[in-house]
Write a protein that binds this ligand. Structure first.
Ligand code: SF4
Length: 346
C-alpha cells in the first residue's frame, strides 16, 4: 500500500480556492492548476446537471474528470481520498468552504452565487408584511450577495438591521449553514425577528431551532415572503422525544469520519457521561451515517455527533430515536429541557 504522503491528493494540499460560479474564472484556474485528474462533486439538487457540467469542464480544460456518485451534503463531506484516490483536484459545487474543516486534497469550491433579487422591491414586501423593525438578516450562500443591498434598502425604510459574523466554521458574515447559525445567535439580543434570504425550508427550520425569534423567509427571485415556522411545536416535539428515552440503557454514539463532520472528542465525552449515569454507550463509526446500518441492533437509542441535521430532519428514517448531543445531555438530566439548545457544530 502506498504511504499516505505519496498518494495523489494526500494531506498537504494547498488552501481551497473559491469561485462564484462555473465560468471563465474557474476554467482558467483549472487550466493553470493542470491537474492529472479532477473529481467533481455536486449536491443532490444538481445531480441532474452533473454530467453535462463534467463534459463542459472536460472540454474547456482538457483535464480528465470523474464524477463522484455520492452527492455532497455540504462542504463537510467532500470526496474522500478513498473515494477518488487518483484525483489531485476536487471541484465541489454549491458550497462555501468551512474554514476550520478544510479538505486535505486541493479543492475548488464553486459557491453557485445567484445573480438577481430586486432589493428595494424585497424591502417593500418585508415592510408591507409587518415584519418587525429590529431585524437580523441571514442568507444562503447562493444569495449572500443580496444581504448588503437588502440591508441598505431596509434601513432606508426605517429598519434596524443586524448581520452577525458568526464563528470560525462560517466563511462569511450573514451566512446560513445548516449546522451553525452563530451569526444569528450573535445578534439575537438586538433583534425581534430574523429574515432568511433564500429558498426552501432547510435554513428557516435550522434558524427556528437555533434562535428563539420568529424567522421570516423571503425567496429573493420570486419575491415571496413566508411567515415564521411555529418554533414552539418544533421544540416540543424534540422535548417529547427526549422524555421518551430518559430511561434508555443502551446507547449508540454515532460518529462520521467525513472531514467536516467528525466530532470524535464530543463522542468520547458523551460516552463518558453515559457511563457516569450507569448507561451503556457504544461508539459506531461510519463515513456516511445511514439508517439501514442501524437496523436490527440491540441498542435502545442513538446520539448523533455527525451532521446535526440528521437527528432533527431525518428522524423518521431511523429505526430508533436519534438525539443531538445537547438533547442527549437533557435525557441524562445534565441539561434542562428549557431553553432548548440547538446542536451548533463549531
Ligand atoms: S454538517 Fe450538516 S449542516 Fe453542516 S455543512 Fe455538513 S451537511 Fe450541512
Amino acid at each position: 500500500m502506498a504511504d499516505e504522503a505519496s498518494r495523489p491528493g494526500a494531506p498537504g494540499a494547498s488552501a481551497p480556492r473559491v469561485f462564484p460560479a462555473v465560468g471563465e474564472e474557474l476554467i482558467a484556474a483549472v487550466r493553470t492548476a493542470s491537474p492529472r485528474r479532477i473529481v467533481l462533486q455536486v449536491p443532490a439538487g444538481l445531480v441532474r446537471d452533473a454530467h453535462e457540467l463534467a463534459g463542459r469542464l472536460r472540454e474547456a480544460t482538457g483535464s480528465p474528470i470523474v464524477v463522484a456518485s455520492r452527492p455532497c451534503f455540504g462542504a463537510c463531506d467532500p470526496p474522500t481520498l478513498d473515494e477518488a484516490p487518483r484525483a489531485d483536484l476536487a471541484i465541489v459545487l454549491g458550497h462555501a468552504p468551512i474554514p476550520n474543516a478544510l479538505p486535505s486534497r486541493a479543492t475548488f469550491f464553486v459557491e453557485m452565487r445567484a445573480a438577481g433579487g430586486d432589493a428595494p422591491a424585497l424591502a417593500d414586501a418585508v415592510r408591507a408584511a409587518g415584519v418587525p423593525r429590529r431585524l437580523g438578516v441571514v442568507a444562503s450562500i447562493q444569495h449572500l450577495d443580496l444581504v448588503a443591498p437588502l440591508s441598505a434598502a431596509l434601513a432606508e425604510r426605517g429598519y434596524e438591521v443586524h448581520v452577525g459574523r458568526g464563528d470560525r466554521r462560517l466563511a462569511y458574515a450573514g451566512q446560513a449553514l445548516g449546522c451553525n447559525y452563530t451569526g444569528a445567535e450573535e445578534v439575537v439580543g438586538a433583534v425581534d425577528a430574523f429574515l432568511f434570504v433564500g429558498t426552501g425550508r432547510f435554513h428557516p427550520l435550522g434558524l427556528a431551532w437555533a434562535v428563539d425569534r420568529p424567522v421570516w423567509s423571503i425567496d429573493p427571485l420570486q419575491g415571496t415572503l413566508e411567515p415564521p415556522i411555529d418554533r414552539g411545536s418544533l421544540v416540543r416535539r424534540r422535548q417529547l422525544l427526549v422524555a421518551s428515552v430518559r430511561d434508555a440503557r443502551r446507547w449508540g454514539v454515532l460518529v462520521s469520519t467525513f472531514s467536516g463532520q467528525n466530532r470524535t472528542p464530543t463522542a468520547l465525552a458523551l460516552q463518558e457521561r453515559a457511563r457516569a449515569h450507569g448507561r451503556e454507550a457504544e461508539i459506531l463509526l461510519a463515513e456516511r451515517i445511514d439508517p439501514r446500518d442501524l437496523e436490527g441492533r440491540s441498542l435502545d437509542a442513538y446520539v448523533n455527533t455527525a451532521c446535526p441535521r440528521i437527528a432533527l430532519d431525518d428522524a423518521e428514517s431511523y429505526p430508533k430515536p436519534v438525539l443531538t448531543p445537547p438533547e442527549f445531555l437533557m435525557a441524562l438530566g445534565e441539561l434542562p429541557l428549557e431553553p432548548y439548545r440547538f446542536d451548533t457544530y463549531h
